[in-house]
Design a protein around this ligand. Sequence first.
Ligand SMILES: CC(C)(COP(=O)(O)OP(=O)(O)OC[C@H]1O[C@@H](n2cnc3c(N)ncnc32)[C@H](O)[C@@H]1OP(=O)(O)O)[C@@H](O)C(=O)NCCC(=O)NCCS
Length: 274
Amino acid sequence: MQELVQRTWSPRSRLHVGDVAWERALNAGRRGDTWRTAFWEDNGQVVAWGWAEPDHLSLVVDPEWAEVAGDVLGWFQEYAPDGAVSVLEAETHLVAALEKAGYRADDDAPYFTHHRIALSDLGTPVVPDGFTLRHVQPDEVQQRAAVHRAAWSDWGPSKVTDEDMAAVMSTWPYKPELDWIVEAPNGEFAATALIWDDKIHGIGLVEPVGCAPAYRRRGLAQAVNLAALHALREAGATHAMVCPRGDDAYPKARALYQSIGFRPGARSRLYVRR
Ligand SMILES: CC(C)(COP(=O)(O)OP(=O)(O)OC[C@H]1O[C@@H](n2cnc3c(N)ncnc32)[C@H](O)[C@@H]1OP(=O)(O)O)[C@@H](O)C(=O)NCCC(=O)NCCS
């Protein structure tokens, strides 16, 4: 799956290697038994895949093999006839296949807007006195999982376990040097920003960012993002991207990224059957 994502990646792709690493590693332990994944190959090379979880489809199809998109949708429809499919609006070969297969865009669904920043001109990360910016150590799985749960419990308690985070931290292309935290004066992890570096394309994906509720609106998410972006630049990348919600039901994440200098580009779209 990752080989295809990386080989075909362009600014018009919905998925970066970091998306696949994060989503699959984080959730496989709790939800993996409900997923179905299928591959289409030519001479041993994967040219398309579909990942159904279970009634939402993500797919990657090599644009050189655009006709295979119809096969992926057919496979998905067999057991999820009312399922939904996410694509980036710029993935025109997938949009064409969806329309041909009888799907239409759901304009009321939440969506994500890709944002991008050049790493040539980054601001300086600043944290309040007593707080420390640093990257995670490989043996800090429990603290790393705890701050993730704290940041991602606004909608109900996060189900992410220490084991889930251990899986993330052992999944290619995770690097502790690109997983940054703000440590509070009491030693607690207060905020995090994780970046996944695609070495072939020189672009890192920021996914995810979080700040524990007790520490919010003090500039910590901004600072930890910037620190991770500086580390990404030192690792040789030229750009970073992030994909916050683009609809107005959840504006604070995109406000955060735009305050750092990320600029919006293409948006995702959810397609459902007519
Ligand atoms: C979004 C989140 C990371 C912000 O963390 P934070 O440390 O409070 O953010 P910062 O203090 O660094 O804020 C920086 C900028 O982001 C924007 N921002 C942050 N929180 C905001 C809010 N609640 N409403 C509107 N804008 C907000 C503002 O532009 C802010 O600058 P300002 O304070 O000068 O106005 C935090 O609320 C969180 O963890 N939420 C749940 C997880 C999440 O949504 N993560 C992001 C998507 S990957």
